[in-house]
Structures are given as structure tokens and as C-alpha cells.
Design a protein around this ligand. Structure first.
Ligand code: AHR
Length: 497
């Protein structure tokens, strides 16, 4: 199969907001306890946080991390997680039916996030709680001092305010599974009033209004229209969540799921712009795709976990090679929407549907999906360019006209570098790619990194990595044209400078 692309410096979509390479740590399964935090582990720091895990998070260069949930946040009393650890309550955690020991809370997580170089995206509980708990949390975290909650923080040993900038107004409030699930009207009213109070305390914060839990929700996109009617002027972003799986083992169809994601994003943009027009507003609502990933491998195992234990192995998907291809395509989709998608969080970061796994008191290791995420985070910063693509196409069960080539291009003006991200969706043939890079005179190929494997179902494990990238790609540059044969079913990063 063949595909051609034209890339030009002046075909600009927008500057990539680095926060699209964000991630998510929820109090769920072994994400916190036994994941980032394991005091008994040989690599742990004085606070009990694993240094081997921190090192892998730093490699990924994660700019922002959502916390503490997820479904968890909709039943969370943030006050349980601050102050002397010995007096924190053990609580029944209803979202995942576990016991929450509250050894880690806001202050510990904030310190850890700082240590790994990430900002915190804090979610508030709009399930069981509301305006009061939200405003108190903002005061506790962001107010310098001289008031009850800010002085309480100082009495907990945190003199300087955390200055948390980004706040989610609840989590998946459209979902019947959510504790305190609400109708769009109920949520819209509660969100706008909470937002008002939060911004009165700290006018510099940015707020994310809750969008749909997936594109298949029966209330999508009416949920967006109704809730934004309330929150449009106080919110800066609307959230999107989406997970995919290859339940029926139909890989050509599975690899096309990023087209569904693209359509989801376009529909949310249209709905935001409709409300903008309706309100005669000058403001453009941006998108926060703050949960996305593949999630399905662990579904059956999770049904067998007994309730009410601390940190059971929930949502521990072991990712295979084809999952890494779809994750690559999802990242490509964000880059092509760089003008409106300003934040995105790979859900999640450690152990729970995660690129990083840990053994209890053992190793930390990288899943297959670690690699496309790493490459995009490392090389996908700069200006997202709109490639003009002409690719052969195929049809699958749910999609038509799926281009075999899925691609995005990022131009790093300061570093004088160009990166082409490309997935070949063809499962049995290489893809003959030509890219006209005419405006990049004097550039040379720096590296052509490839993630490929003969077995689509190959996985990594603590014992070793079957799926790891190599730099032996065959891209060549002659007379302003990049030529390459992209291997069947492969993720490619072609870097020029
Ligand atoms: O990331 C796992 C769960 O998926 C989150 O808790 C929830 O928000 C979503 O349904």
C-alpha cells in the first residue's frame, strides 16, 4: 500500500499544549498503594514513595496529573487525607468497594507530583458533596494564610500554598454508576455555583466542566449542551473520556477506533460552539480529554475480586502490541486537534490501566503503551502542522474509508526539528510513504524509531520487554522528499533536524 503527504511550515494547526501529555492517578487498585507509594520497597524515599517509579514517570515527562479520581472522588472527603496520618480514618470506598487507608492525601500527592515534575489537576467531589467542600479545599490548597482552612494547611507543615491551577468540577457526573449521579440540569446548577465560590477564593484557577463519560452515552451530546448552558462563562474546558477495547478480536476495526475519537472531539467542539453562539459569548471553550486509553483486558478478572480490601489488583490490563498502535493513533488524534484539545490525561499512570507497572516489593516495568506515549511526550512539542495526506484506505465493521496511514507532524521551531508520527494500520503489508517536506531546507534525518512486532498480541512483563522500540527505520531524505517503507502494523517516529 502507498501514501503521500505534504508537510509545510505554514500549514499550522496550533501550538501543542504540552498538557496533552498528562496522566492520571486515582485512589484505585494499586495505583497509589503499592504503585507510587510503598514504604516497604527498597527504593522508597523518606515519605514512602518509590524512586524506581518516579524515575519512569520522569522519563515520560508528564506535565500534569489528574488526582484523586475518577469515580473515587465522588465519595471522597478530602479532609480525611490531611493532617497527622495516624489520626486519619480508614473509610469504606464505595466506587471500587475497597478500604481507603488515607495514608496518602492531598499534601503527600502534591509533593510527589512536584518531585516528578508534574502539575496537579485536582478534581472535586460533586457526587456526595458540593459547594462548601469545594471552596474549603481551594482555600486549604491555594490561600496563603490568615483563614481557618489555609492556617490548617500551615499547621500541617505546608507553609506555602500549593497554588493548584487546574480543577475538575466533579467526575463523570452523567454516569449512572457515579456516586451522586446527576441529571444535566442538576449538575449544571451545582457546577456553576461551586465554580463561582471557588473562583471567588482564587480567581486565577482554571475549571473543567464535566462532559460525557464516552461517545456512546445515551445523553451525549445533549449533556454537553445543557450543562454548558450553565457553566459556559465560568468554565475554561469541557472534559471528554473514552476507552476502547478489542473485545471481538477484530484488529482492523480496533485500529480504526481513533476515528471514533476524532468524531467525538469534533462533535464536542460543535456543541461548545453552538452554546457560544447561543450566549453571544466571545469565549472559545477548550477541551480536556482527561481520561483516555485502552481498557478491557482486566474486565473479567475484576469481577472476581472480593470487596473491602486495601489496594487489590484492580484494572490491571496487560497491554499487547496492537494496543500500543491504537494508543499511538489516539495521540496522533490529539495532535491534529491541537487548536482545541489543550489537556489530555492517559488513564492512568501506574498499575491501573497504566503504562507503568510494579511488582509489590519488586520491579517497576514498562508496558507496550509506554512507548508511543513516551515518544509523543518527548518529541510532540511545538507547532502541530496539518499534513495533507493521500493514503489508500480500507473498510471495517464499524468504519469506512479508514486511511492505512495515520499521521501527525510537529515542528519544533526553536529546536529547528520536525517529527513525523505515523502508524501503518495495514496488518500484512508495509506502507510505501513519501513525504514532501519542501519548506524544511537543509534538514536531515536524525532518527527513524519503530515499534513493531510479528505478534499483535505480544506483551511485556517484569521479566523483560518483547515490545520495545528500535532505531532501525529506513526513512531517507532526498531532494526534499522523505521516503520510507513503514513496516506492517507499526508505530513510527521519523525525526528531522
Ligand atoms: O479510569 C478508571 C475509571 O474510568 C475512572 O475512575 C472513571 O472516571 C472512569 O469511568
Amino acid at each position: 500500500v502507498k501514501a503521500k503527504m505534504i508537510v509545510d511550515k505554514s500549514f499550522r494547526i496550533a501550538e501543542v499544549d504540552k498538557r496533552i501529555y498528562g496522566s492520571f492517578v486515582e485512589h484505585l487498585g494499586r495505583a497509589v498503594y503499592g504503585g507510587i507509594y510503598e514504604p516497604s520497597h527498597s527504593s522508597s524515599d523518606e515519605g514512602g514513595f518509590r524512586n524506581d517509579v518516579k524515575e519512569l514517570v520522569r522519563q515520560l515527562d508528564v506535565p500534569i496529573i489528574r488526582y484523586p479520581g475518577g469515580n473515587f472522588v465522588s465519595g471522597y472527603n478530602w479532609e480525611d487525607g490531611v493532617g497527622p496520618v495516624a489520626s486519619r480514618p480508614r473509610q469504606l470506598e464505595l466506587a471500587w468497594r475497597t478500604v481507603e487507608p488515607n495514608e496518602v492525601g492531598t499534601n503527600e500527592f502534591f509533593k510527589w507530583a512536584k518531585d516528578v515534575g508534574s502539575e496537579v489537576m485536582m478534581a472535586i467531589n460533586l457526587g456526595t458533596r458540593g459547594i462548601d467542600a469545594a471552596r474549603n479545599l481551594v482555600e486549604y490548597c491555594n490561600h496563603p494564610g490568615g483563614s481557618y482552612w489555609s492556617d490548617l494547611r500551615r499547621s500541617h507543615g505546608i507553609e506555602q500554598p500549593h497554588k493548584i491551577k487546574t480543577w475538575c468540577l466533579g467526575n463523570e457526573m452523567d454516569g449512572p454508576w457515579q456516586i451522586g449521579h446527576k441529571t444535566a440540569e442538576e449538575y449544571g446548577r451545582l457546577a456553576v455555583e461551586s465554580a463561582k465560590a471557588m473562583k471567588l477564593i482564587d480567581p486565577d484557577i482554571e475549571l473543567v466542566s464535566c462532559g460525557s463519560s464516552s461517545s456512546t452515552m445515551p445523553t451525549f451530546p445533549e449533556w454537553e449542551a445543557t450543562t454548558l448552558d450553565h457553566t459556559y462563562e465560568v468554565a475554561d474546558y469541557i472534559s471528554l473520556h473514552q476507552y476502547y477495547g478489542n473485545h471481538d478480536n477484530d484488529t482492523p476495526n480496533y485500529l480504526a477506533r481513533s476515528m471514533d475519537m476524532d468524531h467525538f472531539i469534533q462533535t464536542v467542539i460543535s456543541t461548545c460552539d453552538y452554546i457560544k453562539a447561543k450566549k453571544r459569548s466571545k469565549k472559545k471553550m477548550m477541551l480536556s480529554f482527561d481520561e483516555w486509553n485502552v481498557w478491557y483486558h482486566s474486565n473479567d478478572a475484576d469481577k472476581k475480586i472480593d470487596p473491602w480490601s486495601v489496594a487489590p489488583p484492580q484494572l490491571e490490563d496487560i497491554y499487547n502490541f496492537e494496543d500500543a498502535l491504537l494508543v499511538g493513533s489516539m495521540l496522533i488524534t490529539f495532535l491534529r486537534h491541537a487548536d482545541r484539545v489543550k489537556m489530555a490525561c492517559l488513564a492512568q499512570l501506574v498499575n491501573v490501566i497504566a503504562p507503568i507497572m510494579t511488582e509489590n516489593n519488586g520491579r517497576a516495568w514498562k508496558q507496550t503503551i509506554f512507548y508511543p506515549y513516551l515518544h509523543a511526550s518527548r518529541y510532540g512539542r511545538g507547532i502541530s502542522l496539518m499534513p495533507v495526506v493521500d493514503s489508500e484506505k480500507y473498510d471495517s465493521k464499524d468504519f469506512t474509508d479508514i486511511p492505512y496511514l495515520d499521521s501527525a507532524v510537529v515542528y519544533d521551531e526553536e529546536g529547528d526539528a520536525l517529527t513525523i508520527f505515523a502508524v501503518n494500520r495495514h496488518l500484512s503489508e508495509s506502507l510505501e510513504l513519501t513525504v514532501d517536506v519542501r519548506s524544511f531546507e537543509g534538514y536531515r534525518i536524525v532518527e527513524h524509531t519503530v515499534l513493531e512486532h510479528d505478534d499483535l498480541k505480544a506483551t511485556n512483563s517484569p521479566a523483560g520487554e518483547k515490545v520495545a522500540p528500535h532505531n532501525g527505520g529506513n526513512a531517507k531524505l532526498e531532494d526534499g522528499i522523505v521516503k520510507s517503507h513503514l513496516g506492517k502494523a507499526s508505530w513510527n517516529v521519523i525525526r528531522l533536524a
